[in-house]
Design a protein around this ligand. Structure first.
Ligand SMILES: CCCCCCCCCCCCCCCCCCCCCC(=O)SCCNC(=O)CCNC(=O)[C@H](O)C(C)(C)COP(=O)(O)OP(=O)(O)OC[C@H]1O[C@@H](n2cnc3c(N)ncnc32)[C@H](O)[C@@H]1OP(=O)(O)O
Ligand SMILES: Cc1cc2nc3c(=O)[nH]c(=O)nc-3n(C[C@H](O)[C@H](O)[C@H](O)COP(=O)(O)OP(=O)(O)OC[C@H]3O[C@@H](n4cnc5c(N)ncnc54)[C@H](O)[C@@H]3O)c2cc1C
Length: 647
């Protein structure tokens, strides 16, 4: 049977309506239609071709990225994708997603514009945003330095107020203060939001954002006092090397006073520092926005990998042939199912948690406008925690999908190596995942410690209000099916998270210096934070596979006993059998074009082998039958062997 038939057969087995599921995955019928239209538009446009990417050198790759970005922008305007001059609308965002190539435009639209929107005064927004919206200036987000990334308060770049000229002097006092990493900085950006220590009259007021022009708008040369370049090749071949992550130093560069982003705090003409009636953490607001976006994107990256691995697992056969019949599809091996199906479930779970987080973010943004800052700590903890949880699981999941595809998964034409290489920095950028979990842990420990003062926990920590009950809890699961009841699962996850948080809080209280205790117990705190974040995401297959994976936590906290653990495992196996006939249909529901998937193993038609064979011949090494270098390096060896043999 050819691969084509394998998938048609699989599709016939589905026990649900794939078209309906496509709408569930997309969010609504309108969203589905929009995604469908734009993905086809991108797939049919030769400028957006991407199958040649792996063979390009850095310079060609980068120029090709510039070409795609310029073309994408042209299409956005031509198609009036987003009304007048804004690429932050869903249509433009989708176009960017399906073009599937990181570029400076991500940082311009994703961080530079939001930084001005969130931290600029009305006046500053009126001045800068129209220019940015038309891309008449291109910006990046220059926060991280060579010496400090996680520790934002440790940044060294200075912005010293000069009252004589009403300017700030931006300066890099040390090598380690060089800005290092900002995407779009290396070769493209004309402007940046630069984070620097504000110094007035010798006093240090901490880190603030400043709009700084970097390059001439005429000839693109760096302005006086500014040195910029690209920081060099990164992990993976094409992957993230489409991006010009840059290095930047300032030698006493002057900018007008009104280019400090002044929504959170201001510096007056007289050099007086005035703090508005808003929390200083709003300076970190752009990071919260992007973390929420990253959570929404995790399901996309994971679902692509899962789609490839699922289709290929249905096409691939190894062992098990009886009397000359067909061999077993590898998707029928229970081990394959136990590795693949939890990832399939995770992709769906992350899709829904991404929607929920968008709701939370929109809610907090509305509240901030009304000067209600009460939900900010919760929004920070949720975005930080879920960013960490979903990106870690997605990066690990893509690698698992590569292994699930055996040897062919290691070929670039499987699409998986590049997907992994592009994705994996998400565990580091926008906050290292461990550093972010420690932020969640701080929030949890604070919540627990405030319980005794009568403070009612809210939002995702609301379950802590039932602490006494959760500390008494012991699961009453008696048979495998009991694990199918959502409440049973939820309670077990709540009790586990609550007990781990309480244990951390109790252990912390033994330290006279809380900061010292926090450092000492950091590994436990991270685990408690993970337990809390998993609780936010739980749902059936996903939940039970997590429970199985973290069985130690559930048993050691006394939430369930070993017998109940094995019942969960039994139920999990039942669920895998139920997912099996639906697996291909569940990944079809993502509605990805072959262009977007970029994978021969994941082709919609399942026609894997002929296409893999065809693709191999396209490699530049196969341009000639005898390779370059044969005469210089291979032939002498062969001749030498011949001589030795004669001796
Ligand atoms: C062409 C057309 C096409 C069309 C185009 C169409 C459009 C395309 C558009 C595409 C765009 C999409 C995606 C973009 C892609 C991006 C790619 C990725 C780029 C990556 C960018 C980056 O990589 S960019 C740098 C990120 N770099 C960090 O991520 C540093 C982490 N490091 C920290 O974030 C802090 O350093 C750390 C640890 C909190 C300690 O902060 P700290 O030192 O102040 O100390 P503490 O821990 O004491 O915190 C003090 C108190 O602040 C509270 N708090 C802390 N953070 C808070 C917060 N955020 N919000 C509220 N509250 C917060 C905390 O809870 C405490 O609260 P309390 O006092 O009440 O307890
Ligand atoms: C591809 C990519 C794109 C980027 N784009 C941008 C950009 O556009 N703009 C920008 O400003 N920055 C950007 N960055 C920088 C990025 O935000 C930082 O690299 C990130 O925040 C991590 O900080 P770091 O490099 O200082 O890591 P470090 O903090 O040095 O991490 C090193 C190790 O130390 C551990 N660690 C650090 N602190 C603690 C702690 N308190 N407790 C326990 N463990 C700790 C970490 O877990 C990690 O294992 C980008 C980075 C990458 C990789």
């Amino acid at each position: 049977m050819e691969g084509v038939d394998h998938l048609a057969f699989e599709r016939n087995k589905a026990q649900f309506d794939v078209d309906e599921m496509k709408i569930v995955w997309a969010g609504s019928r309108e969203d589905f239609e929009l995604s469908d239209r734009i993905s086809r538009l991108v797939a049919s446009d030769p400028v957006f071709r991407k199958d040649d990417r792996a063979a390009l050198g850095r310079k060609e790759l980068f120029k090709n990225t510039l070409r795609k970005a310029a073309h994408a922008w042209k299409r956005v305007i031509e198609l009036r994708l987003s009304g007048e001059f804004s690429a932050l609308e869903p249509e433009a965002y989708k176009l960017r997603a399906f073009v599937d190539q990181p570029a400076f435009t991500d940082l311009h639209w994703g961080m530079f514009v939001p930084a001005i929107q969130g931290q600029g005064t009305d006046e500053q927004q009126q001045k800068w945003l129209p220019l940015a919206y038309r891309m008449q200036i291109i910006g990046c987000y220059a926060q991280t330095e060579l010496g400090h990334g996680s520790n934002v308060q440790g940044l060294e770049t200075t912005a010293t107020f000069d009252p004589k000229t009403d300017e700030f002097v931006i300066h890099s006092p040390t090598l380690t203060s060089s800005k290092w990493w900002p995407g779009g900085l290396g070769k493209v950006s004309t402007h940046a939001v630069v984070y620097a220590r504000l110094i007035i009259d010798g006093q240090d007021y901490g880190v603030h954002g400043f709009i700084v022009q970097l390059r001439s708008l005429d000839d693109h040369l760096p302005l006086p006092g500014i040195t910029i370049g690209d920081i060099g090749m990164k992990f993976g071949n094409a992957a993230y090397n489409t991006m010009d992550n840059g290095v930047l130093t300032f030698d006493h560069v002057r900018i007008p006073r009104n280019q400090m982003l002044m929504r959170v705090s201001q510096v007056t003409r007289e050099g007086k520092y005035v703090h508005s009636n808003v929390p200083r953490q709003l300076v970190y607001g752009t990071m919260v926005y992007v973390r929420q976006k990253i959570v929404a994107d995790a399901s996309v990256a994971l679902s692509r990998a899962v789609c490839i691995a699922t289709r290929y697992s249905a096409v691939r056969r190894q062992f098990g042939s009886h009397n000359g019949g067909l061999e077993t599809q590898v998707i029928d091996y229970k081990t394959q199912q136990s590795r693949l199906f939890p990832l399939l479930a995770s992709a769906y779970a992350f899709r829904f948690v991404g929607e929920w987080l968008l709701w939370l973010y929109t809610d907090v943004t509305e509240r901030l406008k009304a000067k209600d800052f009460s939900t900010l700590p919760e929004a920070h903890a949720c975005t930080a925690g879920l960013k960490s949880l979903t990106t870690t699981a997605t990066a690990d999941g893509i690698e698992e999908c590569r292994k699930l595809c055996g040897g062919h998964g290691y070929l670039c034409s499987s699409g998986l190596p590049e997907l992994f290489a592009v994705y994996v920095p998400a565990c580091t950028y926008e906050g290292d995942n461990i550093v972010l979990l420690l932020q969640v842990a701080r929030h949890l420990v604070k919540t627990v410690s405030q319980l005794s003062t009568g403070n009612k926990p809210v939002g995702t920590t609301a379950y802590m209000a039932r602490l006494e009950q959760l500390l008494q809890y012991h699961s009453d699961v008696k048979k495998a099916e009991d694990w199918l009841k959502p409440n049973v699962v939820l309670e077990a996850f709540e009790a586990r998270a609550a007990r781990m948080c309480v244990a951390c809080a109790q252990n912390l209280s033994k330290f006279s210096n809380p900061e010292e205790g926090f450092q000492e117990l950091a590994a436990d705190l991270v685990e408690a934070a993970v337990a809390h974040c998993q609780l936010i995401v739980v749902s059936n297959v996903y939940a039970l596979s997590l429970l199985h994976k973290h069985l130690g936590d559930f048993i050691s906290t006394g939430c369930i006993d070993p017998k109940q653990g094995s019942l969960a495992n039994e139920q999990l196996r039942n669920l895998y059998s139920q997912v099996r006939p639906n697996a291909v249909a569940l990944v079809d529901a993502y509605n990805y074009t072959d262009h977007y998937l970029g994978s021969i193993l994941g082709r919609y038609d399942g026609n894997v082998y002929p296409k893999l064979y065809e693709e191999a011949w396209k490699d530049p090494l196969n341009d000639s039958i005898v390779p370059d270098g044969f005469k210089e390096y291979i032939q002498p060896l062969l001749k030498q062997q011949l001589r030795n043999a004669r001796l």
